[in-house]
Every structure is written in C-alpha cells, then in structure tokens.
Design a binder for this molecule. Structure first.
Ligand SMILES: Nc1ncnc2c1ncn2[C@@H]1O[C@H](COP(=O)(O)OP(=O)(O)OP(=O)(O)O)[C@@H](O)[C@H]1O
Length: 365
C-alpha cells in the first residue's frame, strides 16, 4: 500500500516537535491531518489563553505544510481521567504523574478514538521514542535516540492495541536536528521555546495552583532523628520526598541542608532530616502496582533489568518479581536509592527496550 492511502492524524500541540512530525509525514507522502486538542481552559484574569496561541500556531504550521487541521475539545475527559487522579493522589500524600495518565487515557485513549473515527490508520505524536514491529505483530517501545529527550518513561503505560496504532516519526532524531529541519523549512514554530512543567499548570506557581483545589492543612515539621519540632509545614501535599528547597529551616542544626524524609498523613507530620547521606532518605526496594507489561509475555520468577524511578535519572540495576495477580511486582535495588516517591512511575528497561512499568506504591527501607 502506498503511503498516500495511509491516513495519519498528528497530535499537534503548537510546539516544534509535533510540527516537524507532521512535516516529515507529509514529505513521506502520507495522508496527514493535524489535530489540536484543547484539554484545559487556561484563560487568565486578563482573558489571555495560551491554548488559543498554540491553536493559532498549529493553524499556521498546517497551512505551511499544506494539511487540513481541526481542533477537538477534551476538557471533560481530561478533567475526569487525569485531573481527578492528579488531585486524588495529592490528597493521599503521594506525587502523581499526570503525563503518564494523559498519554494512556487521553492522547492514546479518547484522542486516538477520535482519530480512528476520522478514518485514521495511525496516530502520530512528536514524542521522542521509537517503535519496532516484530514479525508476529508485536510492537516494541524503544527509547528515543536523543538520550536527553527520551520520553519512554511517560509512554510506558501504553498497551499493545494503543502502540499498534501509534507512530513516533521523530524518535530517531536528536533534538537539534528537529530544530534544524523546522528552521530549514521556515516553520512558524521553529524558534518556539520548549514547553515545561505539567501542561495545565504551565509556568504558574505550583503551590498556589494546588491550594486552589485542595484545602491546606498546616502542621509540624519534625526532625526524624531527634523527634524535635523544627518548624511548620503549610500542607503535606506541597512537599515531595527528598525535597530540599522551600523548607524554611536552613541554617539550623549543624548547618547542612535539610531534606523531606517522610510524611505521616494521619498525624499530619512532615519528617525532615539533615544531610543528604542520612539513611532515612535511602531505600532498598519498592512494591509497584498497576504494572503495564508491554510485551504479551511476562517473565516468570525473579529477573534482572534496569529501571528508572523518575524521569531524569540514569538507569539503575534492579531485580523484579511479579506477584500472582500479574500487576503487582516487588523490585529490589542493587544499590540503595535516594528519595523513592510513592505515586511516581517505576519504568523497566532492557537496553533500549522499554519493558513497561507501574506506580510506586510502597517503599521498602
Ligand atoms: N494539545 C495537544 N494537542 C494534540 N497533541 C498534543 C497536544 N499536546 C501534546 N500533544 C502531542 O504529544 C506530544 C508530546 O507532548 P509534550 O507535551 O511532551 O510535547 P513536547 O515534547 O513539548 O512537543 P511539542 O514540541 O510538539 O510541543 C506532542 O509532540 C504532540 O504530538
């Protein structure tokens, strides 16, 4: 089948990565449609809305490339499937990962469904990841070649049926090359800054944002070693394990920096510790739940692989054992790990292949 008979919907954010994604597919002769998804109303007090600017960039780029474009509104789905989970995790004192949820439930959930309704064969995004299709119809998820940009950490929760319909056309390119292509073609987004942070918070102050949704409950900040009260916290949800900044107790004790060591949700106590070498910051393993294993075949017994516990972290050696339910696993670290955070994702790798991952539920000291 020639590419012109293959319809590809490109999820376009108004950023440079998805702009180049659409351009490359068009140059390869596919029947390309660009779609911008609005999933959050971010109009501020002055009526200024970045989503409108992004939609405008999508329009300009699609006109330049010569492809049709649409806007779809998924605010309700996003609210119900991503934002509700995000708040619930914070309410439970955990640190959620909305990007993982958005990829599984929205981009490759409702949004993919919409693309299929428009007659698409594939949904392409500007994620830095690669896909390999095996002869028996399996899709393997591989790291993007740019090690500083690889986004498989956020894509690990995709199932085979979702990966079968996915395309990641820039995963084999380093980011500077993507920018170069955009500039060479004079794309309207060629010089646009990369987006940062959680999409619905953007550049806003995180604490202020969250306090608008969850009531803050101030309480004591206690030294985990001595039991001494060191200060007050303004709500457990604002703190992440291992956090150093923003504790407001610098200079006390032996002068070394203080870190968040633990949270007691029941008693509303934030435990802190001085010095980043203290054992209370380290752990030997974890239990992960809700594991998505990308390959149809799950390993039996204990097996070795590498893992990441947060996005920007080199791979760590681990040993993993699945429990009988098939979606819970015990993970042992070969080296003690710092600040493992419940709610965050643990993602497993075999070389460049992303094996899958789950949610960190219990940390074993
Ligand atoms: N609002 C949106 N509408 C449609 N697709 C989107 C939207 N936001 C993100 N995507 C898709 O998901 C991909 C990854 O999203 P992410 O937020 O990580 O963007 P990014 O890496 O900054 O890429 P870009 O430069 O395209 O914004 C994007 O490249 C795009 O294909």
């Amino acid at each position: 089948m020639s590419n012109s008979n293959i319809r590809v919907v490109v999820g376009m954010s108004g950023g440079v990565d998805s702009s180049v994604t659409a351009l490359l597919l068009k140059q390869q002769g596919y029947d390309v449609i660009g779609i911008f998804m609005k999933n959050w109303d971010d109009t501020d007090e002055l009526g200024h809305c970045t989503a409108e600017e992004d939609a405008e960039d999508v329009r300009r780029v699609c006109d330049q490339i010569g492809i049709p474009y649409y806007t779809v509104n998924f605010e309700k789905a996003y609210h119900d499937k991503v934002f509700a989970y995000f708040l619930e995790e914070y309410r439970n004192g955990r640190t959620p990962n909305p990007d993982v949820m958005c990829n599984r439930e929205i981009k490759f959930g409702d949004f993919l469904q919409k693309a299929l309704e428009l007659g698409a064969d594939y949904l392409a995004t500007g994620h830095y990841a690669r896909l390999e299709r095996t002869t028996d119809g399996e899709s393997k998820l591989l790291r993007g070649v740019d090690p500083g940009k690889d986004q498989t950490y956020f894509l690990h929760a995709l199932r085979q049926d979702q990966l079968a319909k996915a395309m990641f056309p820039i995963g084999h390119l380093p980011k500077p090359e993507v920018r170069r292509i955009a500039e060479e073609f004079g794309l309207a987004t060629a010089k646009k800054k990369d987006s940062t942070g959680v999409c619905f918070i953007g550049e806003r102050n995180f604490k202020q944002f969250l306090s608008g949704y969850l009531p803050a409950q101030p309480g004591p900040m206690v030294d985990i070693v001595t039991g001494e009260t060191k200060g007050r916290h303004d709500g457990l949800m604002y703190y992440t394990l291992g956090q150093r900044q923003g504790l407001g107790i610098g200079g006390s004790g032996n002068g070394e920096p203080w870190f968040v060591a633990d949270k007691d949700l029941k008693e509303n106590i934030l435990y802190v510790v001085q010095g980043d070498a203290h054992p209370s910051l380290y752990s030997a393993g974890l239990t992960a739940t809700g594991i998505n294993w990308i390959s149809p075949v799950k390993p039996e017994g204990e097996f070795a692989c590498t893992a990441k516990f947060r996005y920007r972290q080199p791979d760590q050696q681990v040993k993993v054992t699945f429990r009988a339910d098939g979606s819970t696993a015990d993970v042992k670290f070969l080296q003690q790990q710092k600040a493992i955070t419940p709610g965050q994702a643990v993602v497993f790798y075999d070389g460049d292949v992303c094996l899958g991952g789950g949610t960190i539920d219990i940390v074993q000291k």
